[in-house]
Design a protein. Structure first.
Length: 614
């Protein structure tokens, strides 16, 4: 009896079968897990209608259609899917100009120091798996092992909630979980918020069909402006809302576009521009949904600096990554990328692989990968710009706002629940309810994280529909810690705490490595130094070297600069005498708070000749 055709079963020559529905599980069920048929319904061993054929892929999640990997076909035998035939799954990477392990990187970890697959090249590589980069006080490594600058700790202190139904903004102290002020929003229907590097909040008032506006609110009393020199007049709590123009912590409001036709201000994000004057909190980038454009605005005055048209693309939510790239989503499933370092930026577009449309939320995780929610698709979508790999995962119904904290993502759902996403396994690890004895939040729209291992969910109403609710949860176990009533119908989206800024990069950091060259009786003829790197929008990498006959002599040798990436070309010639040892120093710099460079690999090529004859 062998229904799964694997040679095992009752009375079979090979012996009994521990799972007669799955040919991959024979006498090894203690070592081979049964398939997750809810997540992968066509996996080998999952139930089906006899005779059915279906697409299948037995490789790791996120690798299908990446590199050489692709799916196959499977046949339903005796009510269970059999082996997946014709599929190609990840294999060990070899130097063949192909992506064998399907991680989005070609020949990663197997290139010669010459930067290709030339086996005759002699040299060494710093930054590969054999000689990885080592973090220090100024530098750290990314999840892919690339060297980059460390960040200073973020200074998140407040949560900003846009009360869309009453045109106000609530400021909640993250330490006490108390609403300490409520300000006029400066316009109609405030919905989007971003926090700059000074802690000031930028509010976009969308004003459907009317004049959109951008308002700047001071993050603390020291940032407010005492216009009449009689002390700061400002709100002291939720019941103390001063009339428009009288609260001296509301710094200014400026119009966005025109009201005929309306521009439809809808997104806001802050970059790491340090400005020309001290105290500049960053430039502000506003997406005009109806006008299909993105505006860069001065972080001191709010006045427009330049406009990037986005024809056919209506910006809905925006965020900057650590490398200075602006990412935006539109509701119809399109992801846009804008490089602000270009004199005239032109957006590039990618289509999210969703079963339906309507992207809703956008956030960046700890590895600068993008998390997007599919509102009507009930999905979370993950995209890695470094590897160009997409992943999609079903969620609880109505996935709306998203946020990231450490190695986890969080998704707010309309029905008052919060999903916790394990990024390493890319699976939903928990679903938390926001319902507590104090309130029953409903229509949960936004979610934000703070540096204290907490997440904050903004819900448009309680069950009575009278006011909005902010729920603070412990990120580890989902325990409701506080519930704070706010204004009417908050529809907050964006970086409501400023935690997405994750602190500014250190301006500079250096690391060194010694190449020993040829061994035994051969003399090293140093030839070229190679570089694989990403400069970021504000970064550079300086490469210097020094040579000495012995290791103990290197410290007294003089450094010579070879070049600065990306301004100078690499590979670069090494002009030092033959023999000895060569020490290479990489100095990473950024001129802003974001846009840092990343160093992937430093290779040195040399030639080994006997007797010192060249």
């Amino acid at each position: 009896m062998d229904p799964d055709l694997d040679g095992f079963g009752p009375n079979c020559t090979h012996g009994a079968d521990c799972d007669n529905s799955n040919p991959l599980r024979t006498d090894n069920c203690d070592r081979v897990e049964s398939p997750n048929c809810d997540r992968f319904p066509t996996a080998t061993g999952c139930p089906c209608v006899a005779g059915t054929r279906a697409d299948c892929y037995p490789g790791a999640s996120g690798t299908e259609d990446v590199g050489l990997c692709h799916g196959g076909r499977t046949l339903c035998v005796n009510g269970y899917f059999g082996l997946c035939t014709g599929a190609v799954v990840p294999s060990a990477e070899t130097c063949n100009e192909q992506d064998d392990d399907c991680n989005g990187l070609v020949d990663n970890g197997v290139l010669s120091p010459c930067g290709g697959c030339n086996a005759d090249c002699t040299g060494g590589a710093w930054g590969n798996p054999d000689i990885p980069f080592v973090p220090n006080g100024e530098l750290t490594v990314t999840s892919l092992g690339w060297l980059t600058l460390r960040r200073q700790p973020p200074g998140t202190t407040s949560l900003w909630v846009t009360n869309t139904g009453e045109d106000t903004v609530s400021k909640i102290d993250l330490n006490s979980a108390v609403e300490v002020a409520r300000y006029p929003s400066g316009g109609e229907e405030p919905t989007r918020v971003a926090v700059d590097y000074n802690g000031d909040a930028w509010i976009v008032n969308r004003a459907y069909g009317g004049q959109s506006a951008l308002t700047k609110i001071a993050g603390g009393l020291s940032r407010c402006e005492d216009h009449d020199h009689n002390g700061i007049e400002t709100s002291g709590g939720p019941s103390d809302v001063l009339p428009q123009g009288e609260d001296e912590c509301v710094i200014f409001t400026v119009p966005l576009g025109s009201d005929s036709p309306p521009a439809g201000g809808r997104t806001v994000a802050v970059d790491g521009n340090p400005g020309s004057e001290p105290g500049y909190g960053g430039s502000v980038w506003v997406g005009l949904h109806d006008a299909m454009a993105v505006e860069e605005r001065d972080g001191q005055t709010g006045q427009p600096l330049r406009t990037v048209p986005t024809p056919g693309f209506s910006p809905y939510v925006a965020a900057f990554d650590a490398w200075g790239i602006l990412w935006l989503i539109s509701q119809d499933g399109i992801l846009a990328r804008i490089d602000p370092s270009l004199l005239q930026p032109v957006p590039t577009y990618l289509e999210a692989p969703l079963a339906c449309y309507l992207l809703y939320g956008l956030a960046l995780d700890a590895n600068e990968n993008l998390l997007m929610s599919g509102f009507h698709c009930d999905q979370i979508v993950h995209y890695s710009p470094d590897t160009d790999v997409w992943r999609a995962l079903p969620t609880e119904p109505s996935a709306r706002g998203v946020a990231a904290l450490g190695e986890f993502g969080f998704i707010a759902h309309t029905d008052g629940r919060l999903s916790k996403l394990d990024m390493s396994a890319f699976m939903i690890s928990d679903v938390f309810s926001l319902i507590d004895t104090l309130a029953h939040p409903f229509e949960s729209v936004g979610v934000a994280s703070s540096g204290a291992d907490n997440v904050w969910v903004i819900s448009s109403q309680d069950l009575l529909g009278e006011q909005g609710v902010v729920t603070q949860l412990d990120a580890a176990n989902g325990t409701v810690m506080h519930q704070i009533p706010v204004g009417h119908a908050p529809h907050t989206q964006g970086d409501a705490t400023g935690n997405a800024l994750r602190g500014a990069f250190l301006p500079e950091g250096s690391s060194t490595h010694v190449f020993e060259g040829c061994q035994d009786n051969f003399v090293t003829h140093w030839k070229e130094i190679l570089l694989e790197a990403e400069s970021g929008t504000r970064g550079s990498i300086g490469i210097s070297l020094r040579r000495a006959p012995k290791l103990e002599d290197l410290a007294s040798a003089t450094w010579t600069e070879v070049g600065v990436f990306p301004a100078d070309a690499f590979p670069a010639h090494i002009d030092v005498p033959p023999g000895g040892l060569l020490e290479v120093k990489a100095t990473l710099r950024t001129s802003g708070r974001d846009g840092a460079p990343r160093l992937k690999l430093v290779g040195v090529e040399w030639e080994c000749l006997a007797g010192g004859i060249f």
